[in-house]
Design a binder for this molecule. Structure first.
Ligand SMILES: *Cc1c(COP(=O)(O)O)cnc(C)c1O
Length: 247
């Protein structure tokens, strides 16, 4: 099942690329495995998945040693500063940097370990109350300030678009995020590249790819619905969509 789902998602990415005249090799599919058992991740790995996304530090740390070492782990959930030390040096990319204080903590820990950590700046493109991320207006300033820190490298931007059954409704946000990345490139800030646009989830990844996503984060479309009832309740930001928040 997981391997069929993966193939379907890959095919949809390919056709979205074709439609937009893009090279499918420019799009990384991150398999979002939060709440799913290691056996499910292993199945996806067997089917060729090498990029996995998790939104909680604890879960990430539990799963990592149980799976092959060539997996690129993506931290996609809200990250608390006191947990940064656990993931620096272990994850390939932190998608969810939304404050200078968090960037500073990642910088400090990276320098301490003698590594360079790749990060994305999370932008709340639709201005939703329930979501983390800086506003599009604040993003260039955060990029500029974070870029000056040692031990981190800003690779691009990440957004979580509103939940909708009509993916076309999110096209505007994806388009605006690409424009924002172009604006930021235009500022010629040292130590900043905008090669990564992490946008698009199960409901809207095809539209995101058409609008320039280089990284799509797909969970349900690969692993099926998540069962949160089976999990310990986590403190969530009020009104947030299930699973979108918490570290
Ligand atoms: C859970 C999650 C996803 C995947 O969501 P699906 O709708 O299941 O594809 C993507 N990005 C983030 C940040 C998430 O928390």
């Amino acid at each position: 099942m997981i391997s069929e789902n993966l193939n379907t998602v890959r095919e949809k990415i390919q056709s979205a690329c074709k439609k937009a005249g893009r090279d499918p090799g420019q799009v990384t599919l991150v398999a979002v495995s939060k709440t799913k058992p290691v056996s499910a991740l292993r199945e996806a790995y067997e089917a060729g998945a090498r990029d996995f996304g998790e939104n909680k530090v604890q879960e990430l740390m539990d799963k990592m040693p149980q799976l092959p070492g060539d997996i690129r782990w993506h931290m996609i959930g809200h990250l608390q500063r006191n947990k940064v030390k656990y993931i620096v040096g272990k994850v390939a990319l932190i998608h969810s940097v939304d404050s200078l204080r968090l960037a500073e903590e990642i910088s400090r820990e990276s320098v301490r370990q003698g590594v360079c950590t790749d990060i994305l700046i999370e932008v709340n493109m639709a201005g939703e109350e329930s979501k983390f991320g800086v506003t599009p207006e604040e993003a260039p300033k955060l990029v500029e300030e974070a870029a000056a820190l040692p031990g981190i490298h800003i690779k691009g931007l990440m957004t979580i678009a509103p939940y909708t059954d009509i993916s076309e409704k999110n096209r505007l946000y994806f388009e605006r995020m690409r424009e924002l990345s172009v604006d930021i490139i235009g500022k010629n800030i040292d130590n900043v590249s905008m090669n990564v646009l992490s946008m698009g989830m199960t409901g809207d990844y095809a539209v995101a790819v058409e609008e320039g996503a280089t990284c799509v984060r797909v969970g349900t479309g690969i692993f099926g619905e998540r069962d949160y009832a089976a999990q310990t309740p986590q403190p969530a930001k009020l009104g947030a969509r299930k699973g979108m928040v918490s570290e």
